[in-house]
Design a protein around this ligand. Structure first.
Ligand code: NAD
Length: 593
């Protein structure tokens, strides 16, 4: 099927036309890390072979992060690939290299230093970088993603080393396709884009927000095995209103106030069209856009192209997963629950919409379904007759007398679950938690506001004031809690349970759109991965150490949904799960000779 030729500077692998289809070839090259080296020659007369992949040799190979194995190149490879003498004599295994990285990583004194160390490793040896992350995900997730990535973005310009991804500014109007075309990999299948206006609860960080798409895409690879060469981080730099950055000589973005209005919308539209042109079928994940843009952009584009907003749809799905798990503990039916949200903003209402979808799937009408969801915002309980209600919120304004105090609302409504998404700290007081435990054998208490300073209550408070009965989930990580003679393992509702698997499922099926039904299927798949033992230990999410399996199940559920909904563009494989498993990149070294 293929021949390997040795040239002076590179190894050329030629694939006989007609003997291998594009998809098989792509998967093969994925496995030997050569995806990015792939070149296709058009037309039958161009050559006897329509695909070639070139493997560089010598120092170029050693310095190529996608191909390098560092000290793990075998003796045979060193001889064949012009590496003899360029490496210390001892050949190490991948596991030994992982040990060395961990030893050095743990010696760093701050998490930011650990992040910078890992970034340097990513620039040096991708396989080792992803192996280290995958094998140590519980320890390293807080470094490559929240909370450290937040601190990283806060000082991104000051720790900037090497560019990664594409930066688009208003000056690039009319040539976004050209910029995307400058990216060396031509088969990009997942883009994460931010405009940096609402970075991880820290607000407007402008172009410094690039750390977020970079971090999210690293998680696509670690958690769902999407090959790094298929991913592209993008920052849309429309300026910043952050005075600190406007005056910082080391800031990496454009130092002018944010451009809004028509020009902003035109830039987004041009970007969307350019992606369709340069990377057709690519998934676009919108990330950390300000509320004012996030909802309207996703509403505008979700039915036109393959896109989603993780802050909106991912968050709602991850909360739904915890609700499904909690109901496995209480044994209650979804339709018999009353959910009382503290906060009626984007996070709360989007979760409500997914809840309604799940309830409608159980046979309720949308109106009946909405009656299961109650909201309490800064002005009190959301009830019919309140003059200040607008848009979506009005759909959830039920018949009830006004209530101004959240504890009173809990007493009046007797909810099975309270879900905190107000961004206001310490709102779940001991009295409220005690009341929840009086009303329910197993009260559902979700304290989802973040960052850490904003949670509604701690895990310890939730377990202590409900005598260990609370089913608890949070938006920030909490250490295990020992109380009532038991150890509880609080779960963090991390979107990483959802978006990498969704991306993989969409990619595998070639889904033309990403629907709410797919997110609901993803939520159910996450909950199915919570074992009985996990539930007994207080977990409503599976441990992160099982994230690859979770992502595979999420991907299969999403792809099934795509086929069932007529949105898939790829033929249905005989064994969907095995097909998707085969697409997953494993960070291991393959022999080059
Ligand atoms: P938002 O600004 O859209 O909504 C905030 C809501 O809280 C508004 O309805 C507001 O009226 C209400 N509110 C404010 N003060 C209140 C008070 N004292 N009592 C009751 N309600 C009050 O914000 P959002 O995007 O919905 O995010 C809200 C919070 O949820 C943030 O802390 C965010 O970080 C968090 N969040 C968490 C996750 C997660 O998965 N953990 C995901 C998304 C958002």
């Amino acid at each position: 099927m293929y021949t390997i030729l040795h040239d002076q500077d590179e190894i050329i692998i030629r694939f006989e036309k007609d003997l291998v289809d594009d998809e098989t070839l792509s998967r093969f090259l994925n496995h030997i890390n050569l995806q990015s080296m792939l070149k296709k020659s058009d037309g039958d007369d161009a050559s006897a072979h329509n695909w070639t992949a070139c493997l560089p040799t010598g120092l170029i190979l050693l310095r190529d992060p996608t191909l390098s194995k560092g000290s793990a190149f075998t003796r045979g490879e060193r001889e064949a690939l012009g590496l003899a003498g360029l490496l210390p004599p001892r050949v190490h295994t991948l596991d030994e290299q992982v040990r060395r990285i961990l030893e050095n990583l743990r010696k760093q004194s701050t998490d930011i230093e650990r992040y910078v160390y890992l970034l340097a490793l990513q620039d040096r040896n991708r396989t080792l970088f992803y192996r280290v992350l995958l094998d140590n995900i519980e320890e390293l997730m807080p470094i490559v993603y929240t909370p450290t990535v937040g601190q990283v973005c806060f000082q991104f310009g000051h720790i900037f080393r090497r560019p990664s991804g594409i930066y688009i500014t208003a000056r690039d109007r009319g040539r976004i396709a050209e910029l995307l075309g400058n990216w060396p990999n031509k088969d990009v299948q997942v883009i994460v884009i931010t405009d940096g206006e609402r970075i991880l609860g820290m607000g407007d960080l402008g172009a410094d927000g690039m750390g977020v798409p970079m971090g999210k895409l690293a998680l696509y690879t670690v958690c769902a095995g999407i090959h790094p060469s298929l991913t592209l981080p993008v920052t849309l730099d429309m300026g910043t209103d952050n005075a600190r950055l406007l005056n910082d000589p080391l800031y990496i973005g454009l130092q002018h106030p944010r451009i809004r209005g028509d020009l902003y919308d035109e830039m987004i539209e041009e970007f969307i069209l350019a992606v369709q042109q340069v990377f057709p079928g690519c998934i676009i994940q919108f990330e950390d856009f300000a509320n004012r843009n996030a909802s309207r952009l996703i509403q505008q584009y979700r039915d036109q192209i393959c896109c989603f907003n993780d802050d909106i749809q991912g968050t709602a799905a991850v909360t739904m997963a915890a609700i499904f798990s909690a109901l496995r503990i209480t044994g209650g039916a979804l339709k018999d629950q009353r959910f009382l949200f503290l906060g009626a903003g984007e996070a709360a209402l989007d979760t409500g919409e997914l809840l309604v979808l799940a309830l409608v799937a159980e046979g309720l009408s949308p109106k009946e379904a909405r009656r299961c969801c109650w909201y309490f915002d800064s002005k009190g309980l959301v009830v019919k007759g309140r003059a200040d209600l607008s848009g979506h919120k009005r759909l959830y304004a039920h018949d009830h007398s006004p209530v101004a105090d959240f504890h009173e609302a809990v007493q009046a409504l007797g909810p099975q679950a309270i879900i905190g998404v107000s961004g206001q700290p310490r709102q779940f007081t001991p009295e409220i938690l005690e009341t929840m435990a009086r009303i329910n054998d197993r009260p559902i208490i979700f304290s989802l506001s973040n960052p850490t300073s904003k949670f509604e209550c701690t895990a310890e408070e939730a377990y202590t004031w409900t005598s260990g009965q609370a089913i608890f989930a949070s938006g920030t990580p909490f250490a295990p809690v020992v109380t009532q003679g038991r150890t509880f393992y609080p779960s963090q509702g991390n979107n990483v349970y959802i978006f990498p698997g969704v991306g993989l499922g969409v990619m595998a099926s070639g889904a033309a759109q990403v629907t709410d039904e797919m997110f609901l299927a993803a939520a159910r798949a996450v909950s199915r991965n919570v074992s009985e033992e996990d539930l007994q230990n207080g977990r409503v999410y599976p441990p992160l150490s099982r994230i690859r399996q979770v992502s595979l199940d999420v991907a299969a559920a999403v792809a099934e949904q795509a086929y069932a909904g007529g949105l898939a563009t790829k033929p249905l494989p005989g064994d969907l799960v095995e097909f998707i498993r085969g697409l997953m990149f494993e960070p291991v070294y393959r022999s080059y000779i």
